[in-house]
Structures are given as structure tokens and as C-alpha cells.
Design a protein around this ligand. Structure first.
Ligand SMILES: [Zn+2]
Length: 303
């Protein structure tokens, strides 16, 4: 029996394997969530410096780099992860998802500073949601695609929670990938290219319209352009037919969480609450159970 046959015949093996793989992916997502916003800020800073240098036409060439602080290399791989308190490098053994955090009891092995419980939680959440995807879709191309979408949605949601920002580097590739996969005409995603293209356009435009109507009425900005791009991506993946459900679900999830935050933490209701995580959660639910939810709703109307 090959491993492919085993996965097809024994869902438990598939779900278990996906769970373990996704723990590692969750560990990498922790790196992305922490570093990508820093990388973006450095890039913007560099662009601003370059732009200012261009404007100063009379500047001597050797002065044009003034203000550009040479920064050490920083990306998703370099430098190696280190303790933020003492700078001690994290060894491979201390980098095992969830397990290392439990063994170290949430403290740096070198200096004993606490390590946030968010890291193992994100690893665990990634593994659990991915296991649900494997259980739902079985060993199919759709499962592989849905896993990639799940991982990207978790990453961008957490960045949005931290920075009120959905990186173009995540929303746009997600959208292009959805459009690309729709070309297989149902072999990977259960939609046609037409559904996907209209989904992407309608997703972007619907929130764009809400944004400008809200701004015209209240003078405030209720959401960001990242939200339009995320809904465009969800439209590309799930087709335009799922957009009303996604918007409805995200509003419900957002209302429940928003009210809970105000009640529990006494959160100021004028503080910006990122919309991205709600859209992402709604898109994920629609990806798995959208058809059943719509069918159940239509069925209830007929009675
Ligand atoms: Zn330390």
C-alpha cells in the first residue's frame, strides 16, 4: 500500500499527518506574523528615503544617501529566531511547535523571560483548523488548496489584529491563486473561471462601495483597502454566489465579537476594530459549509 492509498483509505492517517504538518506551518506563520509587518515598514521607509533623495535635484551624489540608515539583513529566514529579552538564539530543539513551549513552561531557556502563549496557541489553532479541512475534503486537490487558503487566512488575520493592516503580499497572491485554480474548471475548486472572475470583481467593488458610502455619510473610514482585496480573494476562491453569505457571516461574527469585547474589556467603541479577521473567518466557514448553509436557508424559505 502506498502512502497515497493509505491516505485515501484511512482518513485518520490523513488527518493526523495534516495536523502534524500544520503545527510546523503554524510555527512558520508565527515568524510571518511577526516579521512581515517589520519588513514592510522597512521597505516603506526606504522608499520614502529614495523619494526624498530624488526630489533634492541639486544634492551632491555622495550626499543622496543621507538619512538612509544601512540596516542589517532582515527577512522571513534571516536572522535566526532569538529571545527578545536576552537575544539568545533559539535552538532547533527549542523550536518544536507547542511541545517546546510546554517543556520550557513558557520561559526562555537562557534568561527565563516569559514567552507569549500566543505562539503555541497559533500553532495549535493552525493544526486544528487544518485537520478540519483534511477531514472535510479528504485526500483531494481541493484539500491541498483549502489548506493553503487556511494558512494564509490565519497569517493575515493575526497581522490585521496586531497592525490594522492586511498585507498586499498576502491578499493579492491569494486572489491570483484563486483565479488560477478556477481555470481547472472544477477539478480543484468547485467553481468555473467565470464565477471566480465575477467573484473577485464583485467582492472588491461591494466593499469599495460600502466604504465610500460610509465615508460620504459619516466622514469616517470604516475599513481599509486591504479588506476589499481580501473579499476579492474570497470571491475568486468561492465564486460570486458565496459573497452575500460571506458578508452576512462576517457581520454576524463581527457583531458578536465586537459586543463581547466592549462588555468584557470595556473597549472604547471608537477604537478601530480590524474587519479582516471576520472576513477571513466568514470566508473559511463559507469554503467548508457555504453550500449547505445556503441550501438550508433556501429550504427553510420553501416551508
Ligand atoms: Zn532570553
Amino acid at each position: 500500500m502506498t502512502i497515497t492509498e493509505l491516505y485515501a483509505a484511512e482518513p485518520a492517517w490523513l488527518i493526523g499527518s495534516v495536523f502534524l504538518l500544520s503545527l510546523l506551518i503554524g510555527s512558520f506563520l508565527n515568524v510571518v506574523i511577526h516579521r512581515l509587518p517589520i519588513m514592510m515598514e522597512r521597505e516603506w521607509r526606504q522608499q520614502a528615503v529614495d523619494l526624498l533623495a530624488q526630489k533634492d535635484v541639486g544634492l551632491k551624489p555622495d550626499l543622496q544617501d543621507d538619512g538612509a540608515i544601512p540596516l542589517p539583513k532582515y527577512n522571513l529566514v534571516v536572522p535566526r529566531s532569538a529571545c527578545p529579552s536576552c537575544g539568545a538564539q533559539i535552538t532547533a530543539l527549542q523550536n518544536i511547535p507547542v511541545v517546546s513551549w510546554l517543556v520550557l513552561r513558557g520561559k526562555c531557556a537562557h534568561c527565563g523571560s516569559p514567552i507569549s502563549g500566543r505562539y503555541p496557541l497559533i500553532e495549535l489553532a493552525t493544526a486544528l483548523l487544518s485537520a478540519v479541512v483534511a477531514w472535510h475534503f479528504g485526500f483531494t486537490p481541493h484539500m491541498a488548496a483549502a489548506l493553503v487558503m487556511t494558512w494564509l487566512l490565519i497569517g493575515m488575520s493575526m497581522i490585521d489584529v496586531d497592525h490594522q493592516l492586511l498585507p498586499d503580499d498576502m491578499t493579492l497572491p491569494l486572489m491570483w491563486l484563486g483565479l488560477l485554480l478556477s481555470l481547472f474548471n472544477g477539478a480543484v475548486l468547485p467553481i468555473t473561471p467565470t464565477d471566480a472572475i465575477i467573484g473577485a470583481i464583485a467582492g472588491y467593488l461591494s466593499l469599495w462601495l460600502v466604504y465610500h458610502a460610509f465615508k460620504a455619510l459619516t466622514g469616517k473610514e470604516g475599513m481599509g483597502y486591504g479588506d476589499f482585496k481580501l473579499l476579492a480573494a474570497l470571491g475568486a476562491w468561492l465564486g460570486w454566489q458565496q459573497l452575500p453569505l460571506i458578508i452576512l457571516l462576517s457581520a454576524c461574527v463581527g457583531a458578536v465579537v465586537g459586543i463581547a469585547l466592549i462588555v468584557i474589556r470595556g473597549r472604547d467603541r471608537n477604537l478601530p476594530i480590524p474587519f479582516g479577521p471576520y472576513l477571513a473567518a466568514a470566508g473559511w466557514i463559507a469554503m467548508l459549509w457555504g453550500d449547505q448553509i445556503v441550501a438550508a436557508y433556501l429550504h427553510s424559505l420553501q416551508r
